[in-house]
Design a protein around this ligand. Structure first.
Ligand code: ZN
Ligand code: FE
Length: 255
């Protein structure tokens, strides 16, 4: 068991690529490389050799750098078993309940379908790090492109069961627009209003709002709160978390 050293690399418009370095063995994974160049440059400047790519899902802004990084480093690509055919260069398939070891850092893998059919998340418990791609965002969640609201709610419920101190390393800086929407769902949520102030100040200062603690999401992310009676009442689906989630997701899609 070893704690990862994690570096965040901004890419494209609003993507985050991550380098996760396991210091005892020296193994280094790139998580969701949108493009090769920023990942290769960041690894070089750290003096780390990329040994693995971890993909959460098949979208191009998460796998666009796969083949070029593999070509340059000979790395091993790990991705969702359920989407084997859509992950460029995949070598190792993983899925729900698997453990995946990057050297001495061990992740539990969750299937979290909804955004895509084969989406997975990697939870490195000893590092308190969750790499969740486009499933959970700060104060938001991914669009349900290839799945149903019920699937997405079920996927988010798995992540919701992780410890509150878990850091959410999601793949996009969507926080401010998520925050603007969240206050329309819960205008009286004091934790939410305080957090919106905080993230606005961070963005004004040019700072990333990712990662942040999962416990903050429990208090402020409307998509994780669809099981709360007050929120269910507010959207007109008392006792029904899936319908509540579906309504909130639909509203956000049109926001
Ligand atoms: Zn995506
Ligand atoms: Fe994405």
């Amino acid at each position: 068991m070893a704690a990862l050293i994690i570096r965040q690399i901004p890419a494209r418009q609003d993507n985050y690529i991550y380098l996760a370095h396991e210091p005892e063995t020296g193994l280094t994974a790139v998580v969701d490389p949108a493009d090769a160049a920023p990942a290769l440059e960041a690894a070089q400047s750290e003096g780390w050799k990329i040994s693995h790519i971890l993909n959460t899902h098949h979208h191009g802004d998460h796998t666009g750098g796969n083949l070029e990084i593999k070509q340059a480093t000979g790395c091993t690509i790990v991705g969702p078993r359920a989407d084997h055919d859509r992950i460029p260069g995949i070598d190792i398939d993983v899925g729900d309940g698997d453990t995946y070891a990057l050297g001495k850092a061990v992740a539990r893998v969750f299937d979290v379908p909804g955004h895509t059919r084969g989406h997975i998340a990697f939870w490195f418990g000893d590092s308190k790090a969750l790499f969740c791609g486009d499933t959970l965002f700060i104060m938001g969640c991914g669009r349900t492109f290839e799945g149903t609201a019920a699937q997405m709610w079920n996927s988010l419920s798995k992540l919701k069961a992780l410890p509150p101190e878990t850091q959410v390393y999601c793949a996009h800086e969507y926080t401010q627009s998520n925050a603007r929407f969240a206050v329309t769902v819960e205008p009286d949520n004091k934790d939410l209003l305080a957090r919106v102030e905080k993230v606005n100040a961070m963005r004004s200062a040019g700072k990333p709002t990712v990662p942040d603690a999962l416990g903050e999401e429990f208090k402020t992310n409307p998509f994780l709160r669809a099981d709360l009676p007050a929120l269910q009442q507010a959207v007109g689906s008392p006792g029904d978390p899936v319908a509540t989630f579906a309504t909130i997701r639909l509203r956000k899609d049109k926001f």
